[in-house]
Ligand binder design. Structure first.
Ligand code: PEP
Ligand code: MN
Length: 266
């Protein structure tokens, strides 16, 4: 029932050249803050993560917050800041689309379009990103089965876009006291049997605590991930969203060194 075979890698054009995401390529790393807060922080973070070896800069312009009173992202003006960070660092940009109405302007800046966990089954959004040509990063819904997730990916593929990367970011289980979500690393061998789509693991949203991110990143590589998404903020204590799970640039740099010891990174 799933399309097989043709999608084992995704090629992403970035200012620094084409980055390949997939099992026959080195691990690709996406790093950056949860939200784009201002020009200085996003440009600084871009340069720091680039120097540490990241391939993509992430940063939310439109943020899907649980509370309507929480910071919602700077929207369109944050897209301009992402464009500045892209220019300054040469990194490819990954940012989330929440509304079909914003897709065209996001696609002008983003090298990969992110569909967040909360919109994994927003079918009109999936059809729309399937009908444009930027690669799509599809996060697993927090209560989505693997079949739900793969069928959501099919919406994008069926609409004509073969370039989908699947991102595990943790699911809801009974314990939310010590971790924000339960990072389901068993998807790595399971998805390998079901699909050729490249896989990304996000231990930042998966654990919700920066202390737990490095070991889960290492575990993800051991279990065969193709790529990682890591939240990095220049001053996590002051972050406008997801500070507790964000690494400092120094800690991220150390993690990248630890990961490179495992062989396949960069
Ligand atoms: C994010 O990447 O900042 C985000 C909101 O992720 P998720 O959709 O996985 O919660
Ligand atoms: Mn976040």
């Amino acid at each position: 029932q799933y399309r097989q075979g043709e999608y084992s890698e995704v090629a992403v054009a970035t200012p620094n050249g084409v980055v390949m995401v997939g099992k026959h390529h080195p691990i690709t790393v996406v790093a950056g803050p949860c939200s784009v807060e201002n020009e200085a922080m996003i440009v600084e973070t871009a340069k720091r993560v680039k120097a540490a070896g990241a391939h993509f800069l992430r940063g939310g312009a439109y943020k899907p917050r649980t509370s309507p009173y929480a910071f919602q992202g700077h929207g369109e003006s944050a897209l301009e800041l992402l464009a500045a960070a892209r220019e300054a660092s040469g990194l490819g940009i990954i940012t989330e689309v929440m509304d079909t109405a914003d897709l065209d302007k996001i696609a002008e800046v983003a090298d990969v379009i992110q569909i967040g966990a909360r919109n994994m089954q927003n079918f009109s959004l999936l059809k729309k990103v399937g009908a444009q040509d930027k690669p799509v990063l599809l996060k697993r819904g927090m209560a989505a089965t693997i079949d739900d997730w793969l069928m959501a990916a099919e919406y994008v593929l069926a609409a004509g876009n073969p370039n989908v990367i699947l991102c595990e970011r943790g699911i809801r289980t009974f314990d939310q006291k010590y971790t924000r979500n339960t990072l389901d690393l068993s998807v790595l061998p399971v998805l390998r049997n079901l699909t050729h789509l490249p896989i990304m693991i996000d231990p930042s949203h998966g654990t919700g605590k920066s202390d737990y991110v490095p070991s889960m990143a290492i575990a993800s590589i051991a279990a065969g991930t193709d790529s990682l998404m890591i939240e990095v903020h220049p001053n996590p204590a002051k972050a406008m969203s997801d500070g507790p799970q964000s690494l400092t640039p120094e800690r991220f740099d150390r993690l990248m060194q630890e990961l490179s010891v495992m062989g396949k990174t960069v």
